[in-house]
Write a protein that binds this ligand. Structure first.
Ligand code: RFL
Ligand code: PHB
Length: 390
């Protein structure tokens, strides 16, 4: 088999890259370890920046999004038992975010890919990028017990944090930067109406809590938990009790509870690999970087990466210029590091860091108090949350 670009991984990064390349007339094949249902079953991101929405429109998958997404013009911040509004429209001159689940984005992109007749190979085992430091890379894998190879011009490693792409780069050619946080998020999805019209980010002595949503009838909640906790040990009733305890009085009164559709624990991590290229292999999305979910940036960074990469590949084929490919890593990393900073800052300000650290606790409260009273600080949060330009 031969194609121009082999994309490893069929998450949002790989699927969006595939559609962007198709839009530019560049042939591509996606090779994915899992199957469609497994990918659609993962409950992850919920907040899309306007830049991400624009890219989805560009590849023709904006219709359902425009019908079903909830447009949000701010968030609530709760601390010391009181709720405060951060108004994005006022702070950023009218910008908003869209609440539309990663599952829906993935579904829309998969449908568009199928409609365009583009090839995706699911259930590919033992995927290996080969010859990435030469001019003719090959991706090999095992499908139904048979070894298959695809010749290509370039490989896009869109296979997430645990993927094979980053791992096949020689360690002497890549540098990594990491922060692991001493806590995780316990998430619960339920068919209950959202507790408030905006997302609520809560700092509480017992730990962080987030009230998010997927629609007017489906809610997504998160609780900061310790890393040794097991999801099986949390009954729905315990989850709702703990959430109620961390909320402000108004939210506590309006919270509607119900059986969980899904419950899971995610560890929190900040991670960046530099550069995002080795020879003919380019990394994009979680394969190259991870942010803690507090800033809602992971999926949006995957979108800006593949935007830069697709432009660089278009330039390579249409204008016979490698300049975009040579500049890809630097261009992407400039935006990645700003999102890393923002996500780390939001996480540090809102989570219970360690027991008995009164100094850190008072700094958090001072920072939050400053944030809601300073126009400059509110604007800074708002412009990062709605997304820096790309
Ligand atoms: P993905 O989604 O992990 O997809 C990678 C794909 O590669 C496949 N794969 C392989 N395929 C072939 N061979 C191999 N060896 C392979 N190894 C892996 C995998 O099966 C998978 O299909 O990475 P991608 O595409 O880079 O997308 C990144 C996003 O999924 C991620 O950044 C976001 O979900 C992060 N995130 C959020 N991002 C936002 O922008 N806004 C949010 O509100 C938000 N909330 C969240 C989040 C992530 C969370 N968790 C669970 C970490 C909330 C949570 C709780
Ligand atoms: C979500 O709805 O899953 C979500 C929303 C905002 C975040 C993280 C996750 O910051």
């Amino acid at each position: 088999m031969r194609t121009q670009i082999v994309i490893i991984g069929s998450g949002p990064a790989g699927l969006l890259l595939g559609q962007l390349l198709h839009h530019y007339g560049i042939d591509n094949i996606i090779v994915e370890r899992q199957d469609r249902d497994y990918i659609l079953g993962r409950i992850r991101a919920g907040v899309l920046e306007q830049g991400t929405v624009k890219l989805l429109e560009q590849v023709g998958v904006g219709q359902r999004l425009h019908r079903e997404a909830l447009i949000h013009s701010g968030i609530y911040l709760t601390f010391a038992g009181q709720r405060h509004t951060i108004d994005f429209k006022v702070a950023t001159g009218g910008r908003t975010v869209a609440v539309y689940g990663q599952t829906e984005v993935t579904q829309d992109l998969m449908d568009a890919r199928a409609a365009a007749g583009l090839r995706t190979i699911y259930h590919a085992k033992d995927v290996k990028p080969n010859g990435i430091d030469g001019a003719s890379p090959i991706v090999s894998f095992v499908q139904e017990g048979r070894e298959v190879t695809i010749d290509c011009d370039f490989i896009a490693g869109c296979d997430g944090f645990h993927g094979v792409s980053r791992q096949c780069i020689p360690s002497s050619a890549i540098q990594t930067f990491e922060r692991v946080y001493p806590f995780g998020w316990l998430g619960l999805l339920s068919d209950t109406p959202p507790v408030a019209e905006e997302l609520i980010y809560t700092r509480h002595e017992r730990g962080f809590a987030l009230c998010s949503m997927r629609s007017m009838t489906r809610s997504r909640y998160y609780l900061q938990c310790s890393l040794d906790e097991r999801v099986e040990d949390w009954s729905d009733a315990q989850f709702w009790d703990e959430l109620r305890c961390r909320l402000d009085p108004e939210a506590r009164d309006s919270l509607v509870t119900g059986p969980s559709l899904e419950k899971s624990i995610a560890p929190l991590r900040s991670f960046v690999a530099e550069p995002m290229r080795f020879g003919r292999l380019f990394l994009a999305g979680d394969a190259a970087h991870i942010v803690p979910p507090t800033g809602a940036k992971g999926l949006n960074l995957a979108a800006s990466d593949v935007h830069y990469l697709s432009q660089a590949l278009r330039e390579y084929y249409a204008e016979k210029s490698s300049a975009g490919l040579d500049g890809y890593s630097q261009r992407a990393l400039a935006r990645v590091w700003k999102a890393e900073r923002f996500s780390w800052w939001m996480t540090s300000m809102l989570h219970r860091m360690s027991a008995d650290d009164g100094f850190a606790e008072r700094l958090q409260l001072a920072e939050l108090d400053y944030l809601i009273h300073s126009k400059a600080a509110t604007t800074s949060l708002a412009e990062n949350y709605v997304g820096l330009p790309f």
